[in-house]
Design a protein around this ligand. Sequence first.
Ligand code: TXA
Ligand code: MG
Length: 355
Amino acid sequence: MIFKETKIFKISDSFPTKEDIEKLKEAADIIKAGGTVCFPTETVYGLGANALDAEAVKEIFVAKGRPQDNPLIIHLDEIENAEKYCLYKENPYINKLIKFFPGPLTAILKKRDVVPCIVTANLDSVGVRIPENPIAHEFLRLCGVPVAAPSANISGKPSPTCADHVIEDLFGKVDAIIYAGNCDVGLESTIVSLVKDPPILLRPGGITYEMLCDALCEVAVSDAVLSEMKPDDKASAPGMKYKHYAPKTPVFLVMGNDKKVIDFLKDKQTGESCAILAFTEDLKYLESKNVFDIGSKSNPDENAKRIFAHLRATDSICGLLNVYVHISDDKSGLRLAVFNRLLKASAYHIITLED
Ligand code: TXA
Ligand code: MG
């Protein structure tokens, strides 16, 4: 692959200053000229290109090493602009979800011909997302075209929740990186397919299953959310059959009553070289070496914000045999999304400690 001169556009903490807007204009010009630009959103950083330019979109797949049969979602500044790219107005469900836009939600809708096949991997539907992050919003407004963007990581690795993760994975492979702060949610958007009856949750995220049920009455849950897809499964969630979010070291999820889990983890710490992702409440029982704090058990927002960064950080520890992650039994609200990502990161390896 050809090495690219990657421009870094550092955005100030007091966004939007005049200089910030100038930088976003320059980044938007790169998109309009067919280049690739990584940008922050409230979920994770994205790797964007003009969705209407098939050649530009090809560069996304090359930079990430992403299989071409895994479709991309498109990002717009306003939901009102969606009608140009998909059958938005005639969809029977979308009106009930309007209150979640902008926000961490991707709606799958019937696509229009103007969206090239490479974006949707030949599907007749397209994912539409309107980010809430003000930098993303202004950048997309300045682009004036829909921006196709997967998460800005090398395929298979944990998604990037800060700009340094993007630099680590994609510096020299993209034309520019908009360097801003940490992502608020820390997990990718909820994906709901509205081309099915009833609508189906393909990937849980910041807009929770409960919130969707409240708005839509009935929502099915794709098998891909909690179980493993076989490589030849004809998945309604095409991306789900691939390896995801995995650090180099094997990950195991550990569940059971707190005392049992803590004893198990203490035992592992004395017996082998391992890393542990633990709840704040349990840190006092563990040796601090290679232990990562995922936040309080009672605070799934915090857990969501931290897991990808911690999984990624284990990659820089030498000689690790295993990574253990304490998980909650509770799967309500945002915990479902946390559990879903950890399931994929661990390739479905769960250790259940019986009472
Ligand atoms: O929060 C997010 O959604 C981030 C930020 C950058 O917006 N983007 C993101 O994109 O997570 P990506 O490509 O990493 O994940 C999108 C998922 C993939 O698993 C893909 O298979 C699925 O959406 N997808 C895309 N188009 C689809 C379609 N038409 N039908 C079903 N699934 C689709
Ligand atoms: Mg991704």
